[in-house]
Design a protein around this ligand. Structure first.
Ligand SMILES: [Zn+2]
Ligand SMILES: [Zn+2]
Length: 259
């Protein structure tokens, strides 16, 4: 069994055919998925998917790229996280790739999410892009280690991976690890211990090889598992087993929710 620890099933590319998407999951032994929130305006859609499908979980949070909607405070996030299908806070973090001008608002928002996660007792889903040093520093300053979580769609160095693992964070690999030119990331995947890894699609984006450039979906997470097995020289079954066990441990999600 495989678990997609990070996808966006409420995005139009996937929401248009959720029956087909979940059918493909079942056909590929992808038993569960975590549908990740990117803003408060669409959070009800995320929750609706998780309520409709017993094997889909939800998170609540506002993405560092999102400037359109309501700015959350910690109390609001804690309240939204009290829903039994909400297993995490995020995605949150820092993204300096797209930000223009002053980025202090991103760091403030990130701090708010870490505080909310500690209050809610739910782990963090952290997104970081061209901002690794500040991401790690704020995680340390806000004591993110007390709650832990996952560095999603990891593309940073082994050094950053170890800094995050030292704070009780898992490292999640996406379809990027299957890309031919991702040699540095492949090397990080060889080094990160299997028991500290999760796998994800970040669908509908970042489809793995052999679907690169197409619309991604949770069923394709098996290609990520295949590549990690190849890189580590281990069986795909052991990757599936370890990453699924870690998913349930981290998110305290119950297998009863299996469809
Ligand atoms: Zn992200
Ligand atoms: Zn995402």
């Amino acid at each position: 069994m495989f678990i997609d620890s990070h996808c966006h099933l409420n995005f139009p590319e996937l929401a248009a055919d959720l029956g087909g998407v979940t059918g493909a999951m079942a056909a590929n032994k992808v038993t569960h998925a975590l549908c990740v929130s990117v803003n408060l305006e669409t959070f009800p859609e995320v929750l609706a998917v998780a309520e409709r499908f017993p094997n889909v979980f939800a998170s609540t949070g506002v993405h560092p790229d999102d400037r359109s909607g309501e700015e959350p405070d910690a109390a609001r996030l804690v309240k939204l996280a009290s829903h039994p299908k909400v297993v995490a806070i995020g995605e949150t973090g820092l993204d300096y790739y797209r930000v223009e001008g002053d980025s202090e608002w991103q760091r403030e928002r990130f701090r708010t999410h870490i505080r909310a996660a500690r209050q809610a007792g739910k782990p963090l889903i952290i997104h970081t892009r061209e901002a690794a040093a500040d991401t790690i520093r704020i995680m340390q300053e806000e004591r993110a280690a007390e709650i832990g979580g996952v560095m999603h769609c990891f593309t940073e160095t082994a050094e950053v991976a170890w800094q995050a693992m030292d704070m009780n964070f898992m490292i999640s690999f996406s379809g990027i690890v299957t890309f031919k030119n991702a040699t540095a990331l492949k090397d990080v995947a060889r080094k990160v211990p299997l028991e500290k890894m999760l796998i994800e699609t970040d669908s509908p984006y970042l489809a793995p090889v052999p679907y690169r450039g197409k619309i991604n979906q949770p069923a394709y997470v098996r290609f990520v598992a295949e590549e990690i097995a190849r890189l580590k020289g281990i069986s795909i079954e052991s990757v599936a087993e370890a990453t699924s066990t870690s998913f349930f441990r981290l998110f305290k999600a119950t297998r009863q929710s299996e469809a």
